[in-house]
Design a protein around this ligand. Structure first.
Ligand code: SAM
Length: 215
């Protein structure tokens, strides 16, 4: 991945893989410095064009949001939208989620949002799914005790896979719905760009939360 290569070369010492990079390089964020307060921090992984974080940060000014996105051109759109809205409680990280631990202090995040992560049904790509065991281990190091992952997807197969992975990794799973827009969670829901698209195709949306009881 280009972003990782840039980071590793900038530090002068190439690493064999992302795990080694995350273990050896730490550019841990100082939340007080970047947000100017000590409000709780929530993380969106794969923010796309930023529609979710834009709306969420406007609704919750007492929460700080970090929005992570791999694609530079996509995150630029998100950044421009947030800047135009003049929201002080959002910052962006243009990195792959694989190296989140380089930037995010351990057990410092209250909630992680996974909105319409790519399902990647091919068995050979399981490791890249954002709810695969290696990502859940990363999230466990980032989340506070009692921290929560909130996931939405249009893919029933990916949803089933994710539920089993959460349980296997020691999360307590709840608030499960396979038809979000006709559920008790619909009113508070923020419709993302991908969600609007899937809904217009008549696809029901799956949603759950996974709670980390002991990080
Ligand atoms: C299907 S889109 C969903 C975008 C947005 N969350 C929404 O619901 O409209 C998935 C996004 O996740 C990003 N993504 C995929 N894998 C990632 C990774 N390992 N780290 C960071 N972002 C990733 C992609 O670049 C893409 O923008």
């Amino acid at each position: 991945m280009e972003q990782c290569a840039a980071i590793l070369l900038a530090r002068g010492k190439p690493c064999k893989n992302l795990k080694e990079a995350a273990e050896n390089y730490r550019f841990l964020l100082d939340y007080g410095q970047i947000f100017g307060n000590d409000n709780p921090v929530e993380l969106e992984v794969g923010c796309g064009n930023g529609g979710f974080v834009l709306e969420k940060a406007g609704r919750e000014p007492q929460t700080n949001f970090l929005a992570v996105e791999l694609c530079t051109n996509v995150i630029l759109t998100a950044m421009e939208r947030v800047m135009a809205a003049n929201l002080p409680n959002v910052r962006f990280l243009n990195i792959p989620a694989e190296i989140l631990a380089c930037y995010i202090p351990e057990h410092s995040v209250r909630k992680i949002y996974l909105n319409f992560s790519t399902p990647l049904p091919e068995k050979s790509r399981e490791k890249q799914r954002l709810t695969s065991p290696r990502f859940l281990e990363i999230y466990k190091t980032l989340l506070k005790n009692g921290g929560v992952i909130e996931q939405k997807t249009d893919s029933a197969e990916f949803f089933d896979y994710s539920l089993s992975q959460y349980r296997a990794a020691g999360f307590a799973v709840g608030e499960i719905t396979r038809d979000l827009h006709n559920s008790e969670y619909a009113q508070a829901n923020i419709v993302t760009e991908y969600e609007a698209n899937f809904t217009s195709q008549g696809k029901p949306i799956c949603r759950c939360i996974a709670v980390l009881e002991q990080p």
